[in-house]
Design a binder for this molecule. Structure first.
Ligand code: CP
Ligand code: NVA
Length: 304
């Protein structure tokens, strides 16, 4: 039976750890050299309803490196943009391709795509989840020597899609997560409750970024205004003032704390230029690791 990856909770803790180690193996053994081609002749249809640099390029390059092919489908050039029902698109793409990757707004749209499709659907970001990002983040933390079951992560900023996926990962693996965000911008209550039922993570939502950062191994942030929220930008700039990773917050964290950001970054808003360019920043390794961990995801999810 086909399996989808729409959220971190679609995986078990053991599967998360195994994807992280196989992403690391792809990176260590092959780097940029030509790897084996387990997906030779396979195609991935990539449906993008939002902009992307990393997700698009890493999935496309990942499929090529595994011997397969990826198709970039934008609403402007396909019937999706002209209102063809998602269930029809899903059924037709399933007849041609061996997997579908979707980046869209509503998570329900991705779920509907998965229900109607007979091939695996992988979530490349919705308003609620960004599982492939957090798998790359976990790989980066592991590569920096952290224990994924015991580390302490501080997420500072908007309790958005990326934060929701961090909440799920914390409960699945059991690590400590502190989310510092202004009132009204917490991670989804529904997702928190769903994750708690399976979870053993120590997850708390706080107001004070310094309290969250204390003793953290990883300081994480994301943009204050996500894709689709552009009309709220002014309100958000005011609400998030103070929820920034800067040199002072880094000092409040653990001595060896590393800094992560999923990118794209808005320097001077959620993170300072000094920190993102500084010696504790793991941001560009993290971006690179999207490619390696997604090769592991594609190898696991696309039947071959
Ligand atoms: N981090 C991330 O998903 O980047 P893109 O929006 O460029 O794909
Ligand atoms: N939270 C951001 C992540 C971008 C990769 C957004 O949804 O725009």
């Amino acid at each position: 039976m086909k399996r989808d990856l729409l959220r971190v909770l679609d995986l078990s803790g053991r599967e998360v750890l195994s994807l992280v180690s196989s992403g690391r193996a792809w990176k260590r053994r092959w780097g940029k050299r030509n790897p084996p081609r387990p997906l030779a002749g396979k195609s991935l249809a990539m449906v993008f309803q939002k902009a992307s640099t990393r997700t698009r390029v890493s999935f496309e390059v990942g499929m090529t490196r595994l011997g397969g092919h990826a198709l970039f489908l934008s609403p402007a050039d396909t019937q999706i943009g002209r209102g063809e029902p998602v269930r029809d698109t899903a059924r037709v793409l399933s007849r041609y391709a061996d997997g579908i990757m979707i980046r869209t707004f509503s998570h329900a749209f991705a779920e509907e795509m998965a229900r109607a499709s007979s091939v695996p659907v992988i979530n490349g970001l919705t308003d609620d989840h960004h599982p492939c990002q957090v798998l790359a983040d976990l790989m980066t933390a592991r590569e920096r020597g952290l224990d994924l079951r015991r580390m302490r992560v501080a997420f500072v900023g908007d309790g958005n899609n990326v934060a929701n996926s961090w909440v799920e990962a914390a409960h699945l693996l059991g690590f400590t997560l502190r989310v510092a965000c202004p009132k009204g911008y917490e991670p989804s209550g529904r997702i928190r409750r769903e994750a708690e039922t399976i979870g053993r993570g120590d997850v708390r939502v706080l107001r004070d970024p310094v309290e969250a950062a204390k003793g953290a191994d990883v300081l994480y942030t994301d943009v204050w205004t996500s894709m689709g929220q552009e009309t709220e930008r002014r309100k958000r700039l005011a609400a998030f003032r103070g929820y920034r990773i800067d040199a002072d917050l880094l000092r409040a964290a653990g001595k060896g704390a590393i800094v992560m950001h999923c990118l794209p970054a808005h320097r001077g808003e959620e993170i300072t230029d000094e920190v993102i360019e500084g010696p504790r920043s793991a941001v560009f390794d993290e971006a690179e690791n999207r490619l390696h961990v997604q090769m592991a995801i594609l190898e696991k999810f696309i039947p071959h």
